[in-house]
Ligand binder design. Structure first.
Ligand code: ASP
Length: 338
């Protein structure tokens, strides 16, 4: 008997493609690249479709991802929940610039078994060797694969299959821009066949939210050596519900930031992440003013292994769910696993 949600017709799995915009929906145009195509045009541009999939498409938007906040993913999650009984897998085509936090946000709010695969393009459709068609075909193959069920939200680029939990955009334009250091991709695609090499052992991070939830404004700031504190000036506003500060190294800020951060942490949740893309934050090594032991004693929360954009997404979703400061600290602590 087929697993729930997998509808088999002539051996093909029904796959829903949700098109949201990004470079994959662009051509060069007369004035430069901008989102133009909907999902129908995107599928029509493909050389063919994999026989493993019976593909249906819906256009959800033509946005560049800079204009999508994590709240936009609540509507996508709702559409996927409604699709799970009639489709065996879902592909979301989207811009790459904010994909890291948008894919992660979707993973946090969406608790479904069927494969959900995000993809996009680094090169628009007018550029020689545009990568959009190959990426979307690979993503469809993954979405149609029973091996990809239960892996959480996936991100497919450059023939690699990444977990949304770990992937980051680590290069501005390279075809292998998406990387999951230090654990690497979960698998790859060869001859239209997904190969899953390993599964994440870390327990999933979940926040229950429905599509109507309103997501408050959470700020993301980056500091630097010798910062005199002006970086934090704008965050005293009442309508800033939380702050993620991307520190230096493994959780270190200049002495001048300590008092302003302490004041903020008395009013709103303040999470410290790192401006370095990969590597966990420390909690108990350095003790001087502005280092992690000092920041923790002043009420800041450690982001664990989550980078700034993911930590910001998680904090915004937790605040939207009504979580208390203690609950927020617990979720970030648990997200470290082991
Ligand atoms: N700025 C575009 C976007 O993120 C670039 C891309 O799609 O990669 O939508």
């Amino acid at each position: 008997m087929p697993a729930r949600g997998v509808v088999l017709s002539m051996g093909a799995v029904r796959v829903l493609v949700l098109a949201m915009g990004g470079t994959i929906s662009m051509d060069q145009g007369s004035e430069g690249a901008a989102p133009r195509f909907g999902g129908e045009e995107l599928l029509a541009s493909l050389p063919g479709l994999p026989p493993s999939a019976d593909v249906h498409v819906e256009t959800m938007g033509r946005a560049s991802s800079e204009n999508l906040d994590v709240g936009a993913m609540l509507g996508v999650a709702e559409r996927i929940r409604r699709a799970r009984d009639s489709y065996g897998g879902v592909v979301v085509t989207i811009g790459t610039d904010a994909l890291e936090e948008l894919a992660f946000a979707l993973d946090v709010v969406l608790d479904v078994e069927l494969p959900v695969v995000l993809t996009g393009a680094l090169r628009n459709s007018s550029v020689p060797s545009a990568d959009g068609p190959a990426n979307v075909l690979d993503a469809i193959c993954v979405a149609a694969s029973p091996a990809a069920r239960g892996l959480g939200v996936l991100v497919v680029f450059n023939q690699e299959i990444h977990a949304a939990r770990f992937v980051q955009k680590a290069h501005t334009f390279a075809l292998d821009a998406f990387r999951s250091d230090p654990c690497g991709p979960l698998g790859w695609i060869v001859e239209e066949r997904p190969r899953i090499a390993h599964r994440a052992a870390a327990p999933p991070i979940r926040v229950a939210l429905d599509a109507g939830a309103s997501v408050p404004y959470v700020a993301l700031a980056t500091t630097f050596g010798g910062d005199d504190g002006r970086t934090l000036g704008g965050f005293e506003r009442e309508d800033v519900a939380g702050l993620v500060i991307q520190t230096l190294g493994s959780g270190h800020v200049s002495r001048a930031l300590v008092e302003p951060l302490t004041r903020l942490a008395q009013r709103i949740p303040v999470v410290y992440a790192s401006r370095i893309p990969f590597g966990d934050l420390f909690t108990d090594t350095y003790a001087y003013p502005g280092a992690e032991i000092d920041l923790l004693s002043r009420g800041l929360i450690c982001s664990g292994a989550l980078g700034g954009p993911k930590a910001r997404a998680l904090l915004a979703l937790l605040l939207a769910s009504g979580a208390t400061r203690e609950q927020i600290a617990r979720v970030f602590a648990d997200s470290r696993g082991g």
